[in-house]
Design a protein around this ligand. Structure first.
Ligand SMILES: Cc1cc2nc3c(=O)[nH]c(=O)nc-3n(C[C@H](O)[C@H](O)[C@H](O)COP(=O)(O)OP(=O)(O)OC[C@H]3O[C@@H](n4cnc5c(N)ncnc54)[C@H](O)[C@@H]3O)c2cc1C
Length: 484
């Protein structure tokens, strides 16, 4: 009788009569937030994760999570209306020009729930988010992280995981890939088909889809929607995107061509063509670092990400087939190093940067000439021919061949995908006609519609918390209603 409830199932697991748990696909921040809400309501959760280790790309997040207004911000410094306006502006002209009422409601939900998202993490989960920074595109300091050395993604994800794993209501099944979402004949989502150690299984229950984006899928979804980015390295794990599973059950995908490329991912000299790269933080350029190609500067390093990326991509690439990348050096002097020391020491430890002298660089004469010109610009002897007007803490006044520098090789990397399944403020996955698909919710980078052309830094972790929690609450109510 049960097999009849599934469409096209190749089930080998006999399911029970009524769903007794909610399935969460993905163990990144969105999945963990949804699971936390389910557990808080006494609902059993079955988390399916394809990787051996849980945490997804969320665990790598390095800048923080947005929230407005919070007790950690300067009192009265910021409002939800300003956060909303910044988000709308960042989403771009095409987003604003389109009929976007439903999408603007999503931004409204995201921004107005941001303070309670921070409160929940801090007060209920005990996570330190007491430091606040201002990231690009924001009109105020509103991106929260902790005071310690652990980056925010790791501290949030590891705390939630620990709490969830202590609950008898949680099953975390790693090394298991969801290959299909299953619908009953009446159009309701009733489970998933998974592959574990090459064997198919069926798991029954309503589904929260929190499977992340497709920035690491350079030969799959990226190649399909952005052929110009095919073969690009990424800060994300080099794994296929899973959005097509939603499309297969009627989910409507939007903005799939909107992809955020970061100009500086480190090329590891030990594995130069490796697809997954480590992010070279913006602070390196902000504190005075310069970008060189064959020893020559070519762009104002402080232009927005897209302009720096475009300038690099206009240069000849380095042939490392099938990975498409460039050979750009990021370079700082001693004084800039001192202010970015924590970052650079870590990068040196990882083998991604090295301390050296100008004479040891690959194009020493040209590099020396470029640095002499830059040093003169910093001292106000002339304006920067490339238009840079802020130089962080660069202090080297008279570069010489034996001057110490800190250098690494960088290339543009695909960082975040704005597109995904359109969804409602209740985290319901919507079909082509805008109707919710029963029994299916989504949250996190798997969804589309909020960020338009550009996601603001710190808003991705936020969307995971806000919509992950909503998804968890609604799936719990759905299950409760069925049990009546
Ligand atoms: C280096 C880096 C730094 C970042 N810094 C920040 C920051 O400071 N602030 C910010 O807001 N954002 C940041 N981001 C972006 C942000 O981290 C992500 O967008 C967000 O964490 C995505 O969370 P998620 O839960 O949607 O997906 P993920 O964390 O990627 O989790 C999705 C999980 O689903 C699993 N999965 C996928 N498909 C399947 C399947 N078919 N079956 C089973 N499992 C599946 C994946 O293996 C993965 O574990 C950063 C991203 C990177 C890479």
């Amino acid at each position: 009788m049960l097999a009849g409830r599934f469409r096209m199932t190749s089930s080998i697991t006999q399911a029970t009569a009524a769903p007794s748990r909610v399935i969460v696909v993905g163990s990144g921040l969105a999945g963990l937030c949804a699971s936390s809400e389910l557990v808080a309501r006494g609902v059993p959760v079955y988390i399916v994760e394809r990787q051996q280790k849980p945490g997804g790309n969320s665990i790598k997040a390095s800048s923080g999570i947005n929230g407005v207004p919070t007790r950690f911000q300067a009192p009265g410094s910021d409002t939800v209306a300003e956060f909303y306006a910044d988000t709308l502006k960042s989403a771009g002209a095409s987003f604003r020009a389109a009929k976007t009422e439903a999408r603007q409601k999503l931004i409204s939900e995201l921004t107005s729930s941001s303070a309670s998202a921070i409160d929940w993490l801090v007060d209920e989960k005990g996570i330190d988010l007491s430091r606040v920074a201002q990231l690009g595109g924001h009109s105020h300091a509103r991106t929260h992280r902790g005071g310690g050395a652990t980056p925010p993604g790791a501290s949030i994800v590891l705390t939630l995981l620990k709490l969830l794993q202590a609950s008898p209501l949680v099953t975390l099944q790693t090394g298991t890939t969801v290959t299909r979402i299953l619908k009953s004949n009446n159009g309701e989502v009733v489970g998933v088909e998974v592959s574990r150690e090459g064997k198919p299984e069926t798991i029954e229950g309503p589904v929260i889809f929190a499977a992340g984006g497709f920035a690491g899928d350079s030969s799959g979804l990226l190649a399909q929607y952005r052929p110009d980015l095919e073969g690009f390295p990424s800060t994300n794990e080099a794994l296929p995107g899973s959005q097509s599973l939603l499309a297969d059950v009627g989910g409507h995908l939007v903005d799939m061509e909107q992809v955020q490329v970061h100009p500086t991912g480190f090329v590891d000299p030990k594995e130069p063509s490796k697809r997954t790269k480590f992010l070279a933080a913006e602070v390196l350029r902000g504190e005075g670092g310069i970008l060189l190609r064959q020893g020559k500067r070519f762009i104002n390093e402080l232009k927005i990400r897209k302009e720096v990326t475009d300038a690099i991509m206009a240069l000849p690439p380095k042939d490392l087939q099938p990975t498409k990348q460039w050979d750009i050096q990021i370079l700082l002097d001693e004084a800039a190093y001192e202010t970015a020391k924590a970052h650079i020491d870590f990068y040196i430890w990882k083998g991604l940067m090295q301390k050296t002298t100008i004479s040891e660089l690959e194009h020493p004469e040209m590099a020396l000439e470029s640095m002499k010109e830059y040093a003169a610009t910093v001292q106000g002897k002339h304006s920067d021919p490339l238009g840079r007007s802020s130089f962080g803490h660069w202090g080297l006044e008279d570069p010489q061949p034996e001057s110490t520098v800190y250098v690494g090789t960088v290339t543009p990397v695909v960082h975040y995908t704005m597109g995904g399944a359109i969804f409602s403020t209740e985290a319901e996955v919507l079909d082509d006609s805008g109707k919710p698909i029963k029994g299916l919710w989504a949250a996190g980078e798997a969804t589309g519609g909020i960020h338009g052309e550009n996601r603001l830094g710190g808003s991705s972790l936020l969307e995971c918390v806000v919509f992950g929690r909503i998804a968890g609450r609604n799936a719990a109510n759905f299950l409760g209603a069925k049990a009546l």
